[in-house]
Every structure is written in structure tokens, then in C-alpha cells.
Ligand binder design. Structure first.
Ligand code: UD1
Length: 359
């Protein structure tokens, strides 16, 4: 069996790493080719991550880089097509909801190659989010849909997608976390940064709706105020870094850093008193770890994290940051209760489906 795995961004690597490992183990005589589209290309956003996750060096680098949505999608399609022509895979696997996911799905399906979508069925019901468009297209055209929560099942049913295409397998991002838990628990990143375990706020923000406009300056202002009550650690995504350079603001008391590797980031996440984010994956990782998470968005495609009690939607409203200390004081910390099948074995279940011929 020949499988092509298409990855492009930091969260893609985390979601795909255990799937590649599980399928290589189950199909040692198969051909397993990794295509890195190059959507994320900075050393800290890409190489460091792949190394730490133990992903083999990609077989094909498309070096697409940054551009408008149309450019990024078109360049990926144009460069992926000859690779798929050479590889002639039986299956193309794509994770998540980024532009690489959309482009790879369209390219493969038009060549008559079946696609398997990992993390299928999530919906924010907000079509102004580029990721929502990417999810809908990937789900519509993928033959095999791998789901990680019950609402994904409901969302796909509501769109009239046939049951036999859906496989509820669990969360491969949590597989990666579980596999590296001993290592990140021993990393001691909070101590290295000089912030107290359980007593600091970890921040990540990168979505265009928040960082590409005036809300960014207001957010930084609110974070500086919060930093008077507890240390604030903020590893800055390149997109946000670029926008911050245009915001002429001081950031007193904030510990800003370059993007961190996976082990350092998870070490901080596990030791944080609370997390403020607009990321999708971090809402899930905090749910697994039982860390209070505040999401600076109007909606989430991951309501399972709200039901679990760890995630709170603040709205796309930086002023709401001021209410976080009171919210934390009111809410006693609960032991983590991971959602069903967030158990470290999702990729093994995906491999079972693929190998046993359902895919
Ligand atoms: C992308 C995904 C988003 C995901 C995020 C995770 C889409 C539409 N968005 O957003 O869903 O949550 O990745 O990080 O696919 N840049 C660099 N170096 C890099 C990568 C990006 O400097 O390695 C800068 C460039 O200036 C680029 C900007 O960041 O223009 C945005 O990168 P892009 O890939 O368009 O989207 P992300 O914001 O990273």
C-alpha cells in the first residue's frame, strides 16, 4: 500500500506524527511518503517541531511559504500534483483545517485518489474563518473521515454525509501529548523562565481576526495590566510578531519570546495557572491536562472543551481579559476528565481502519 501524508503547519505535524508512526509499524512493506508543503517554514515553526516529534525527514518539500489564501492554496496544488503523479498513492492523508489541507484534498480528489481527513467534522459555523471553509471542503471530498468528538458526528450527519465514511477514533493530537508526557513533564521550562509553577498565565494569539487589526493593541494593553497580578508568558507566532512591530506599544511585565518547541511549550502548558489563546489545539490540550483555558474568540469549533469545564469563551473582546483573575478565584480546579477516546491510542485505531481495508 502506498500512502502520502501531507503536512504544512505546526499543528499538522502534531496531529500527523502518531499516524505516520502507527501506519509505518502496521505496514512495514508499504510506501510511506511525507509531503511538507512549507506553509510553515521558520526553523522554530517547522524543523524544531518535526525533530522533537520524531517525524521522519519529509520526502518532498513543496516550499510554498506565505502568500494570500488563493496563492498559498494554488501553489500547493500546482506543486503537489506532480508529486502525486510520481507517487501514485492508494491514499492521501490530511490533518486539520489549514490551507495545506484544503489544497491537498482538492488536488488528490481531482486525480481520483481517495483522501482520509484526520480531525474531521469540526464546525465553528462561522464562514468568515478561513479554517471553516477548509474543513467543509476537506470533509465533503474526503472518502474517509476520522473523528475525535461526538459533535463532529452530529455536524457531519447534519450535512448529510454517509455514516460509512465516518470513523470515531479519538484525538491524535492527544496521542502525541501522551507519547511525550514524561519528557515534557521533566523539561522544567517554567523554572528556566523564572515563573512560578501553577502561578503564571501562558498566552498564544495568532488569528487574523484578532491580530491583524486594532484589537491587538488593546489586547497587549490588557495583558500588561494582567501582568501586574501574575506573570504572563507569551511565545509569539510569526504572524503576530509582524503585526506587533506595527503596533507602537510598550509591553511592560510581559515575557515575550520566539515560538517555542513542542516540549517547552507543553511543559509550560502543564505548569500554567491558566492559558489565554485563540488556538484550536490548545483548547484541546488544556482540556486533557485540566488547565483553565480562556479563549479570545466569539465561537469555537470545539464545544467538547467547554462541556469538559476547562475552556471558557471570552468573546473576541480584549476587555474580557480583565475578568480572568476573578474567574480563576471563583472556580476550583477540577481533576482532568478527558473526553472519550482522548487516550493516546487514536492513531492505532486509524491504522486499524486503514489496514483492515475500510480505507
Ligand atoms: C495557519 C493556519 C491556522 C493555524 C495556524 C497555526 C490557515 C488558513 N491558517 O495560520 O489555521 O491555526 O497556521 O500556527 O491555514 N509566517 C512566518 N513563518 C512561518 C509561518 C508564517 O513568518 O513559518 C508568517 C508570515 O508572515 C505569514 C504569516 O505568518 O504571512 C501567516 O502564516 P500563514 O501560514 O498564512 O497562517 P498562520 O497565521 O500561521
Amino acid at each position: 500500500m502506498r500512502i502520502v501524508y501531507v503536512i504544512g503547519t505546526r499543528p499538522n505535524f502534531v496531529k500527523m506524527a502518531p499516524v505516520v508512526a502507527a501506519l509505518r509499524a502496521r505496514l512495514p512493506d508499504g510506501r510511506h511518503s511525507i509531503v511538507h508543503t512549507g506553509q510553515h517554514y521558520d526553523h522554530l515553526m517547522s524543523d524544531v517541531f518535526l525533530e522533537e516529534l520524531g517525524v521522519p525527514a519529509p520526502d518532498h518539500l513543496l516550499e510554498v511559504g506565505s502568500g494570500s489564501h488563493a496563492q498559498q492554496t494554488a501553489w500547493t496544488m500546482e506543486r503537489l500534483e506532480p508529486v502525486l503523479n510520481d507517487e501514485r498513492p492508494d491514499l492521501v492523508m490530511v490533518p486539520g483545517d489549514v490551507n495545506s489541507t484544503l489544497a491537498a484534498t482538492l488536488t488528490a480528489v481531482k486525480m481520483g485518489i481517495p483522501v482520509a481527513h484526520i480531525e474531521s467534522g469540526l464546525r465553528s459555523f462561522d464562514r468568515t474563518m478561513p479554517e471553516e471553509i477548509n474543513r467543509i471542503v476537506a470533509d465533503e471530498f474526503s472518502e474517509h473521515l476520522f473523528l475525535h468528538c461526538s459533535e463532529a458526528l452530529e455536524n457531519l450527519r447534519a450535512e448529510g454525509i454517509a455514516e460509512e465514511r465516518m470513523h470515531f477514533v479519538g484525538n491524535t493530537m492527544i496521542d502525541t501529548l501522551v507519547a511525550l508526557e514524561d519528557r515534557f513533564r521533566a523539561a522544567g521550562t517554567a523554572a528556566r523562565l523564572g515563573v512560578p509553577k501553577g502561578g503564571f498565565m501562558l498566552v498564544t494569539l495568532h488569528r487574523p481576526a484578532l491580530v491583524d487589526g486594532p484589537l491587538l493593541a488593546e489586547t497587549m494593553h490588557q495583558l500588561a495590566a494582567l501582568a501586574r497580578e501574575m506573570p504572563v508568558v507569551f511565545p509569539v507566532h510569526p504572524r503576530t510578531r509582524k503585526m506587533l512591530e506595527e503596533v507602537e506599544a510598550e509591553h511592560p511585565g510581559l515575557l515575550l519570546s520566539d515560538p517555542l518547541g513542542y516540549l517547552d511549550f507543553l511543559s509550560l502548558l502543564a505548569d500554567a495557572g491558566a492559558v489565554l489563546t485563540d488556538s484550536g489545539g490548545i483548547q484541546e490540550e488544556t482540556t486533557y491536562l485540566g488547565i483553565p483555558c480562556f479563549t479570545l474568540r466569539d465561537n469555537t469549533e470545539r464545544p467538547v472543551t467547554i462541556r469538559a469545564g476547562t475552556n471558557t469563551l471570552l468573546g473576541l473582546d480584549p476587555a474580557a481579559i480583565a475578568g480572568i483573575p476573578a474567574a480563576l478565584a471563583e472556580r476550583p480546579r477540577q481533576p482532568p476528565e478527558p473526553p472519550p477516546l482522548w487516550d493516546g491510542n487514536a492513531a492505532l485505531r486509524i491504522a486499524d481502519v486503514v489496514v483492515e481495508g475500510a480505507a
